[in-house]
Structures are given as structure tokens and as C-alpha cells.
Design a protein around this ligand. Structure first.
Ligand SMILES: Cc1ncc(C[n+]2csc(CCOP(=O)(O)OP(=O)(O)O)c2C)c(N)n1
Ligand code: SF4
Ligand SMILES: [Mg+2]
Length: 296
């Protein structure tokens, strides 16, 4: 692990407790993901003041004021550039970005491409509920083709984007999958992702009982299994890609692929090599008026 994660003192999940009431629908998978995030951070001994949690816009984004920690709640589809920028400014702090399937595979898909390609040293958690939840059940590019949704009552006409095939085509260094009803598995996967050297992509299949009637909690409970518990080793990208795509009968969850031999974006920056300080520690007031006069 390249990131020092243990702050030295044992922390409890309750350290992340926030008094604001949750507004998610009954049975929403966001409850499970929210719990697993708190659990993984406390098990890693990361206190609320030792992590940056960056939320996109959407139902999942409403977690931003239901948890303690340094938090950011941005524009739809734009969470990755913010999270990456914050991490580059202060690489000592673990950064976790959260995005919906709508944000990440439509409005913000370009950011996802370059997040993976650049291997920014951040964790990205996809709340994959297969629709635009906050805007009341619009079809997203990950909704099943033909599925009637509020914006396409006759069935979504376009074909569904194969998100895992797409992610693997970008040569990621970490890919994991979990589902919102299995807190123990989400916790294990999140802990591995937070400790990863570069960009960690975590796909969490999330129940949305209000609008997603095609990948329900019950269906996920039946099909999802822990591939690592069956002896699978996540060191072969070709095997991992095939496993990730084969969801017909069973859905492989756990750490699907990881390589730690490639440096992260920060480690590749020449000016930062051998630097003892971080960019935030170098901030100072500089009088630029003299240089400005050249242009007047
Ligand atoms: C650029 C932009 N496009 C559209 C919207 C409207 N909008 C807000 S939330 C949302 C749906 C979010 O869906 P998703 O990202 O999947 O998150 P979920 O609500 O499902 O968690 C949309 C379309 C917006 N705020 N900004
Ligand atoms: S609409 Fe779906 S994702 Fe949004 S709060 Fe309700 S169940 Fe959760
Ligand atoms: Mg969604």
C-alpha cells in the first residue's frame, strides 16, 4: 500500500455519525453503501478529519450531509476532476469520490475516461442503480434496453452501455464490484480500494426499489457471489474482464483486478519528485504586480 492509512488510534463508526436525517426511500441501497463507507474508514482507523469524501449530484450525492468528514458536493458528472485536483494538492489525505451511473456514464463519462487513464490516486465508487434516481426514474445509459422508465414508457430504445467492458478497455489498475445488500463485502472491497496506489474503480450494484424493477435487491442477493472466496486471484486483466462481463447466471463480486506496478499520476509528475512538501503546504501570497505591468 502506498498510502499510510492508519492514523494510529482506533476509531468507531459512530465517529462518522451525523444527526441529519436520511431522505432515501425505504429499502434504498444507499443506506448499505453509506454504512459500508463508515465501516471501512473506521476499520482502517481513518478519522473523519483524515478523509475527503466527494459527492456527485443524485440520490447518492445526498449522503454528503449524512456523514462526517471533509465533504464536497459538486455538479452533476463533475466529481472526478474535483477529487483528483484535491488529491494532487494534498496527497496525504485519502480521497473517495462517489458518482451515480447517470453522472458517470453520461454527463461525466469523459472525466471517468481520464480518471482511469491518468491513474489518479483516488477511489471512485459507482452507485450503480441503473437509472437517474433523483430525477425520478429516467433511463440512464446503464438501464436495461427495452425497460419501461418514466422518460421512456414504451421501453428504453437504445442499447445498454456495457460499463465493465468500457472500464476494462481503459486499462484500469483496480476494478472491484460489490452490491448494496452485502455490507461485509462492500467493506472489504472499499478497504482494498482505498489502499490502492492509483485509480480504484468500485462498481456497487445498488438496489433502487422505487425505480429499478429489473435489478432488484432480491435478484442481486440471489446472483452475486464472492469470487475471491472461491480462490480467484485478481492479477489477470483478460480473465478479470471476461469474469466481469459474464453476469448471465451469477455476478462475480469482490476485487476483480488489481495491479500495483504502475505509478499513479502524482508519482509521474517530475516537479513533485523528491519534494518534501505538498502543494497545499507551499501556498503563499505572491506579489505579481511587477509581472502584470509587462502587459499594460
Ligand atoms: C449537468 C446536469 N445535467 C442534469 C442534471 C439534472 N440531474 C440532477 S440529479 C440527476 C440524476 C442523477 O442520476 P445518477 O447520476 O444516476 O444518480 P442517482 O440519483 O441515481 O443516485 C439529473 C439528471 C444536473 N443537475 N446537471
Ligand atoms: S429513488 Fe431509488 S436511489 Fe433514489 S432514494 Fe429512492 S430508492 Fe434510493
Ligand atoms: Mg443512478
Amino acid at each position: 500500500m502506498s498510502i499510510p492509512l492508519d492514523s494510529g488510534t482506533a476509531k468507531k463508526m459512530s465517529a462518522f455519525h451525523c444527526a441529519n436525517q436520511c431522505t432515501w426511500c425505504d429499502g434504498c441501497g444507499d443506506y448499505g453503501i453509506w454504512t459500508a463507507v463508515k465501516r471501512s474508514l473506521s476499520e482502517l482507523n481513518i478519522p473523519p478529519h483524515g478523509v475527503l469524501l466527494c459527492y456527485d449530484v443524485g440520490c447518492h450525492g445526498n449522503t454528503s450531509d449524512k456523514i462526517l468528514g471533509y465533504r464536497f458536493h459538486g455538479l452533476h458528472g463533475r466529481v472526478i476532476p474535483f477529487a483528483a485536483g484535491a488529491k494532487l494538492a494534498n496527497p496525504k489525505v485519502p480521497v473517495i469520490a462517489f458518482g451515480g451511473d447517470g453522472a458517470s456514464f453520461s454527463e461525466g463519462v469523459g472525466h471517468l475516461v481520464h480518471g482511469i487513464r491518468s491513474n489518479y490516486p483516488i477511489t471512485f465508487v459507482l452507485h450503480n442503480n441503473g437509472n437517474y434516481g433523483l430525477t425520478t426514474g429516467q433511463a440512464s445509459s446503464l438501464t436495461q434496453q427495452g425497460q419501461p422508465m418514466n422518460t421512456s414508457p414504451n421501453g428504453m430504445p437504445e442499447h445498454t452501455l456495457n460499463s465493465m467492458d468500457f472500464v476494462f478497455s481503459l486499462e484500469p489498475t483496480f476494478v472491484a464490484r460489490a452490491w448494496s445488500g452485502d455490507i461485509a463485502m462492500m467493506t472489504r472491497v472499499l478497504k482494498a480500494a482505498i489502499g490502492h496506489r492509483g485509480f480504484a474503480f468500485v462498481d456497487i450494484l445498488q438496489a433502487c426499489p422505487t425505480y429499478n424493477h429489473f435489478a432488484t435487491h432480491e435478484m442481486l442477493l440471489e446472483r452475486c457471489y464472492d469470487v475471491n472466496a472461491e480462490g480467484y486471484k485478481p492479477d489477470d486483466a483478460v480473465k478479470a474482464r471476461a469474469l466481469a462481463l459474464d453476469t448471465g447466471k451469477r455476478i462475480a463480486c469482490g476485487v476483480l483486478f488489481q495491479r500495483e506496478d504502475l505509478p499513479s499520476f502524482y508519482e509521474r509528475l517530475e516537479p513533485r519528485k523528491n519534494c518534501k512538501t505538498t502543494a497545499v503546504e507551499e501556498v503563499q501570497i505572491v506579489d505579481t504586480s511587477e509581472w502584470g505591468r509587462e502587459f499594460v
